[in-house]
Write a new protein. Structure first.
Ligand code: FES
Ligand code: FES
Length: 204
């Protein structure tokens, strides 16, 4: 039996050639810049024009592009509520929506509710009642609380509202149910409820 003829390429030159090929840009794609979309947002009363990758979530637009890092990324999957902001007065999870879907919308984040010198009543109540431990969920809790109290005032029923025709009562059960989309890993729920109840003006 005769030996096979020698390979025309050494293993080393074959590997080097393959690496060079994979690093080369594909024909027709070499100079293409990533597509971006223009979006205008009114954030905490200030107009912003952004040019974003259309896949950018509202949360990332706020945190990474506008440097408003008060809204937190807990799960990035709509499970924790840490990213809650208000859009045109309605609370939403900003991780679950794309920024480009909010052209012209008014967004309120925790930074827009109050300042260290002039806290929003709910911010002040959270401080008074120790409504946090690590504080990571707190911006979302407070934004959700502000919108939630408005929902009750507007007469919007929840899953636990007994009388759909009557205005919802400001009970602890109503508040707990309506805040159930905001998770606190530190378990500060009792104090959060106290803070909200004080601002809502009814006993828990
Ligand atoms: S980060 Fe949006 S719900 Fe958790
Ligand atoms: S205060 Fe730590 S997660 Fe709520």
């Amino acid at each position: 039996m005769t030996a096979p003829p020698p390979l025309p390429l050494s293993r080393r030159s074959l590997v080097a050639g393959a690496a060079a090929l994979s690093a080369a840009p594909s024909p027709g794609m070499a100079e293409e810049a990533p597509a971006t979309s223009a979006v205008s947002l009114l954030v905490n009363g200030e107009a912003h024009s952004l040019d974003l990758d259309p896949r950018t979530t509202l949360l990332d637009a706020l945190r990474e592009h506008l440097r408003l890092t008060g809204s937190k990324k807990g799960c990035d999957h709509g499970q924790c509520g840490a990213c809650t902001v208000m859009v045109n007065g309605t609370r939403i999870y900003s991780c679950l929506t794309l920024a480009v879907m909010h052209e012209g919308d008014a967004v309120t984040t925790i930074e827009g509710l109050g300042t260290p010198d002039r806290l929003h009543p709910l911010q002040a109540a959270f401080v008074r009642h120790d409504g946090y431990q690590c504080g990571y969920c707190t911006p979302g809790q407070i934004c959700a609380s502000v919108a939630m109290l408005e929902e009750i005032r507007a007469g919007i029923p929840s899953h636990v509202t007994a009388e759909l025709e009557a205005p919802p009562a400001l009970t602890a059960e109503e508040i707990r149910e309506r805040m159930s989309g905001n998770i606190c890993r530190c378990g500060a729920y009792a104090n959060i409820l106290d803070a909200i109840t004080e601002v809502a003006g009814t006993p828990a």
